[in-house]
Design a protein around this ligand. Structure first.
Ligand SMILES: *[C@@H]1O[C@H](CO)[C@@H](O)[C@H](O)[C@H]1NC(C)=O
Length: 404
């Protein structure tokens, strides 16, 4: 066992090092000019017949984020004004497209629009639908100097602020995976949570110390996060040559590549295999190596805290040797929460989820789906019946929908 382990580690390390000359390839695109790329509205939403508009907002630390606003397709007539705003927050290595990847009658973004919601689609910094930074290009290492902590406090904070301003209304938030991590962290901040009406969290994550995904545990044990940071790789882009080779080298050894998705997310019950080539046109989106390192810190240390720089730098950044915790009990008891978790989810483990529940002051409405893996929450062919209909009933039960 140990010998196999070391041989595997060695093989992977060698193959990573042999990729070193190609690392510059990871920094594709970018530059200081704004990208003239198709937008999310153009690619997925308008072609499906849904009105869609693009917005760009700027975070306190200078990132330019893309936001899309989607309303009901012409097929469904609505008298009167727009319904309540709802913000969709994607997971790690995904972006706003995540909510529009299946048929319109199967995908949450389209379903919410057809049910009369004013749908806003978030895209965090670094994803292909965000628009860079006011002074750094994507080639600059400072562009990638952030983790989910900044996604929570700056990106999500700004999105909520902006939507609240435009609509003059509190909003619903729907998150998946990393989108729930940043929601939990942001909701501990009174100035952010005050503008939130309620939240629905799919595969909710705050603690990560019971992750069971074999490929993730292997990367944690091999310290891939520290290795790539030491090598000076700041952007994590699996669509680049070296990123793709890294994945192949990981699954080459003991895991079969065809099972790669399961070994990261757990077994997904209701996944449309024949749609994978279409999904891969969009996914995965880039993230930062620092973000991966922060997530791995949570797995290693069992904490839900700010980024750990090591004792001395923590002292400088935070005034304490240990990074401050995000205290879930600071989320107001009055914030209505709806959560759904899965029995086969290898990332949002059941015991970690119980830990989250224990620390919250409120008692959320909870849906448990025994056969759901991590990706089923956005891509399951049965998600509408299993999840989205009950979620929408929850939102509508909150009394803002008397006219619909
Ligand atoms: C699965 O994906 C294929 C390819 O995109 C599509 O033609 C088919 O309709 C999908 N199946 C279901 C049940 O949605």
């Amino acid at each position: 066992m140990t010998r196999v382990w070391w041989r595997t580690t060695l093989a992977i390390t060698v193959s990573i090092l042999s990729l070193f000359p190609n690392i510059a390839d990871a920094f594709d695109g970018g530059g200081s000019q704004p990208k003239q790329q198709p937008t999310l509205c153009d690619e997925l939403i308008l072609p499906a017949g849904y009105p869609c508009s693009e917005y760009v907002i700027q975070t306190k630390d200078g990132f330019l984020l893309g936001l899309q606003r989607v309303s009901s397709s012409a097929r469904i007539e609505y008298a009167g004004e727009r319904g309540s705003p709802v913000l969709l927050l994607h997971g790690l290595f995904m972006a706003g497209d995540a909510w529009f990847l299946n048929q319109p009658e199967q995908s949450l973004g389209f379903i919410l629009a057809d049910r009369g919601f004013d749908v806003w689609v978030g895209n965090v910094r670094g994803t292909r639908w965000s628009h860079g930074h006011i002074s750094y290009s994507e080639k600059n290492k400072h562009f990638w100097d952030w983790s989910w902590q900044e996604l929570a406090l700056y990106d999500l904070g700004e999105m909520i602020n902006y939507i609240n301003l435009v609509t003059n209304s509190k909003l619903f938030v729907v998150g998946h995976s990393q989108g729930t991590i940043i929601s939990f962290a942001a909701f501990t901040q009174p100035e952010i949570v005050d503008k939130v009406e309620a939240a629905a969290l799919l595969s909710p994550i705050s603690y990560l110390d019971h992750v069971s995904a074999p490929l993730v545990l292997r990367m944690v044990k091999m310290q891939i996060d520290e290795m790539i940071l030491t090598m000076g790789v700041h952007q994590l882009n699996f669509k680049s040559d070296w990123g793709a080779s890294l994945l192949v080298s990981l699954c080459d050894t003991r895991l079969s590549c065809s099972d790669m998705l399961s070994s990261i997310t757990g077994k997904n019950c209701c996944f449309n295999e024949s749609r994978v080539p279409f999904y891969l046109e969009q996914e995965p989106h880039p993230s930062s190596s620092k973000n991966l390192h922060h997530l791995f810190q949570m797995i290693r240390q069992g904490t839900f805290s700010k980024y750990d720089y090591g004792k001395l730098k923590n002292l400088k950044e935070y005034g304490t040797f240990k990074p401050p915790k995000f205290d879930l009990s600071r989320i107001p008891k009055s914030l209505p929460l709806w959560m759904a978790y899965g029995g086969n989810d290898a990332l949002a483990d059941i015991s970690d989820f119980q830990h989250t529940l224990k620390e919250l002051r409120s008692t959320p409405e909870v849906v448990y789906l025994e056969n759901y893996g991590h990706v089923d929450f956005i891509l399951s062919l049965q998600a509408k019946q299993d999840l989205y209909d009950p979620m929408i009933s929850f939102f509508k039960s909150l009394g803002k929908f008397s006219s619909i």
